[in-house]
Write a protein that binds this ligand. Structure first.
Ligand SMILES: *Cc1c(COP(=O)(O)O)cnc(C)c1O
Length: 385
């Protein structure tokens, strides 16, 4: 009887138990504890920034991004239609702002041409600020998502953000480790190039703390403000004086122990993911109408998710069910955000490619401990479809 092959599961093969045991022995389980600071230093030095703030999740880090970045009630925020819902909720509705949804290009990341067209032809600059002609609202920010660990077109978005005076938040929740290897941004990691960046350590991400996240910015005062807000904006440990409305958003010491152990494993995980991705590509890409979504040239992606593009003859849901029958877990891309919650009333631009990917992509097993044999089992099952 063959075993179940999951889509993406945590892999605790390093010092996780040891570090957590140490924390339990010292009873450092909550948000104070030396490991949270160590985790911050570890991530900051890995991606080459001076400081970061460790948060309770990627979602809470994104909420802090919206507040610290100054997104105001009534503002509009440019967001991708093809992403996880947590790119959008915390950066728009949590702070009383509204999204403008943009489709993706063939890389599955937000299409810069469509964003440029929206800013140039559907908005007007007044006194150095961008206003939506249709709604009159101030368009104040872009949330750029590095979908599935694939680097979005950062140089284009830096240009657009500068030209239209927009805050650039990089949702790199799925992309820790992804970096440019060529061009003027060579050496820069996803999340470090915009005004604010966010990572997630949720259970399905490339490394995990159970739940956790990172807020980062090249502006030390923004990192400090995020930390302050994440600890209830407490200014005084004795009398409990709080100088603004804060949140309980800080990472716990236990989670930081997991994170420190996982950070030691990250580069090895990426190597493993690249090997399995190449195994899939050599067997499937261009074979029987299948193709694999590529990662951007001139980058070293963390290869978080592997996206298989189905030929027209196959129905996505039927493929998922047939693979499930063989104990192989796969998943379509997310339902587009503008179809969800009450986002139907928000504007959308150029969703064709996103709809096409929604219809044709199946994400296939990509765990950091996926074996060569299991990978071959998945390949055989796909080729038999
Ligand atoms: C996982 C994820 C988030 C949210 O992170 P959590 O840690 O789960 O709150 C945000 N955006 C994207 C693109 C994600 O994949």
């Amino acid at each position: 009887m063959s075993s179940f092959i999951p889509l993406s599961i945590p892999n605790f093969c390093g010092n996780e138990k040891k570090y957590v045991d140490d924390a339990l022995d010292g009873a450092w389980v909550s948000t104070s504890g030396a490991k949270v600071n160590e985790m911050e230093e570890c991530v900051a030095s890995y991606v080459g920034v001076s400081a970061v703030t460790a948060c309770s999740s990627g979602s809470t880090a994104l909420h802090l991004s919206a507040i610290v970045g100054g997104i105001q009630r009534g503002d509009e925020v440019i967001v991708p239609a093809l992403t996880f819902i947590a790119s959008v909720n915390p950066t728009t509705r949590y702070v009383g702002a509204e999204p403008v949804f943009i489709g993706c290009d063939e890389t599955a990341t937000m299409d810069p041409d469509t964003v440029e067209d929206f800013c140039a032809n559907h908005c007007t600059m007044r006194d150095g600020k961008l206003y939506n002609d249709k709604t009159g609202a101030h368009v104040s920010a872009i949330v750029l998502v590095h979908v599935f660990g694939n680097m979005a077109d950062v140089p284009r978005f830096l240009e657009i953000a500068k030209k239209y005076n927009l805050l650039l938040i990089e949702d790199a929740a799925e992309a820790i480790g992804t970096k440019y290897t060529e061009g003027p941004l060579a050496g820069s990691f996803a999340g470090t190039m915009g005004d604010i960046g966010v990572y997630s350590f949720n259970g399905n991400k490339i490394i995990t703390t159970g739940t956790g996240g990172i807020f980062l910015s090249k502006r030390p005062e923004w990192v400090a403000r995020a930390k302050h807000l994440s600890t209830q904006s407490k200014t005084d440990v004795l009398h409990f004086v709080h100088d603004e409305v804060g949140y309980n958003y800080r990472m716990t010491n236990i989670d930081a122990c997991l994170g420190l152990a996982q950070m030691e494993l990250l580069e090895g995980f990426i190597e493993h993911k690249i090997e399995r991705y190449e195994q899939y590509c050599s067997a499937l890409d261009g074979v029987k109408g299948f193709s694999m979504l590529p990662f951007r040239e001139g980058t070293r992606s963390n290869h978080w998710f592997y996206s298989l593009l189905l030929p027209d003859r196959l129905d996505r849901d039927d493929v998922i069910a047939r693979l499930q029958d063989q104990k192989i877990q796969t998943r379509p891309v997310w339902s587009l955000i503008p179809e969800q919650c009450d986002y139907q009333r928000n504007e959308t631009f150029n969703l064709d490619q996103a709809k096409e990917f929604r219809r044709r992509i199946v994400n296939i097993p990509c765990s950091t401990n996926l074996t060569e044999e299991d990978c071959n089992r998945v390949i055989d099952a796909i080729l038999a479809l």
